[in-house]
Design a protein around this ligand. Structure first.
Ligand code: DP6
Length: 360
């Protein structure tokens, strides 16, 4: 019997502390600047099974039980798959089945976990033996932020200098055990598709924002300072840097023409309320990606107050996450989303049990 080229991986999303916003190379996904992040725990993970087979006539990509068909939907995963095939010197078609608990494309870092899981599952299915830096590069070639999800804990994506991107990958700042009482409260204000996808939004910003060049000037300094604050577990310092960086990134978006505005009234209410909390000695910092969903960095002892703030702003759905771990490969037959014959196993998320249920 021929060998089954199939593997399943799980990866967790990461939330940027110093944000990546802008590319210097669109094709290779090379950033204008470095960025850093914290990896979330398993509550928002993505599981992906990739299988290559000569039985498949075409590539098939499924996310949350929906097949991706349009070029726009496929723009991240196809280049990544093609590069992996090229590296492995194969031409077999692939089936990719992914389930993400993260509301996809709602500004909730879904693509980071998704593309990291594809890179891990595909390279594992083909028996490729890659270093973590090489894996980070492959994740980056799917979606920039995904390259930081190869590490648990805190990671920094190095800008790199080389034109081929071989030195633009993530390194770990500290692992998931480093800061046990660090919490990330993720509010889901909206889980629908965003109006302007981050890829288009950042391109527009680089081309049109007057403030953007100032952002590039200040980033190297805060990248160093935030790394130092992470290593020293200096929450007040880190949260202030995070809030300022989120505000700065959104300022450059507002500064484009026509402007891009991702924040809504609930987001703004959260911003004011967190500053008020800070004045009362509570350590918490907000951060917004390309969407209105607030992410609040805080410490375990302040989670209740932070949750109250989000509830008062009308945000009912939220996740309280610990610092999470890096991707893993699942080996048990029952865990694959595709069976040995290449058929997709029925699967869905059971909200009550809080787990992915696979029909086997
Ligand atoms: C605001 O990584 O989704 O979340 O590289 O074009 O796929 P592409 O963009 P993506 O952008 C993330 C932007 C951000 C900031 C961040 O995560 O650093």
């Amino acid at each position: 019997m021929p060998k089954i080229l199939r593997a399943t991986a799980e990866a967790n999303p990461n939330i940027a502390i110093i944000k990546y916003w802008g590319k210097r190379d669109e094709k290779l996904i090379l950033p204008m600047q470095g960025s850093n992040s914290v990896t979330l725990d398993e509550q928002l993970k993505t599981r992906t099974t990739v299988m290559f087979s000569d039985k498949f006539r075409q590539d098939e990509i499924w996310i949350n039980n929906k097949q991706l068909t349009t070029p726009e939907e496929l723009e991240k995963v196809m280049p990544q798959l093609n590069i992996i095939r090229e590296m492995a010197k194969i031409r077999l078609k692939a089936k990719v089945v992914s389930y993400s608990v993260t509301p996809v494309a709602g500004g909730l870092a879904g693509s980071a976990a998704g593309l990291a899981a594809v890179a891990y599952a595909a390279t594992n299915a083909l028996g490729m033996n890659l270093s973590i830096s090489e894996l980070s590069v492959l994740c980056r070639l799917g979606s920039g932020s995904a390259c930081r999800s190869v590490y648990g804990g805190f990671a920094e994506w190095k800008r790199g200098e080389k034109a081929d991107g071989s030195d633009s990958f993530a390194v770990q700042i500290a692992d998931e055990k480093h800061w046990p009482d660090f919490r990330i409260v993720v509010g889901v204000a909206e889980s629908g598709e965003k109006k302007v996808k981050s890829r288009a939004g950042m391109k527009h910003t680089v081309a049109n924002s007057i403030l953007y060049s100032k952002r590039l000037e200040y980033l190297p300094k805060v990248l160093k300072e935030s790394k130092d604050a992470i290593l020293k577990k200096d929450a007040s310092r880190l949260f202030e840097i995070a809030m300022r960086d989120s505000n700065d990134m959104h300022a450059t978006m507002h500064d484009t023409w026509p402007p891009i505005m991702y924040l809504n009234d609930a987001s703004k209410e959260v911003i004011y309320a967190i500053h008020e909390l800070n004045q009362n000695g509570i350590k918490a910092g907000y951060s917004f990606d390309a969407g209105p969903n607030p992410t609040i960095f805080t410490l375990d002892k302040h989670v209740a107050e932070v949750k109250k703030i989000l509830e008062n702003a009308g945000i009912k759905k939220m996740f309280v996450s610990n610092v999470g771990s890096g991707p893993k490969i699942l080996k048990d037959e029952i865990e694959h989303l595709i069976d040995e014959n290449g058929n997709i196993r029925k699967h869905s998320f059971d909200e009550k049990k809080n787990m992915l249920v696979i029909e086997y």
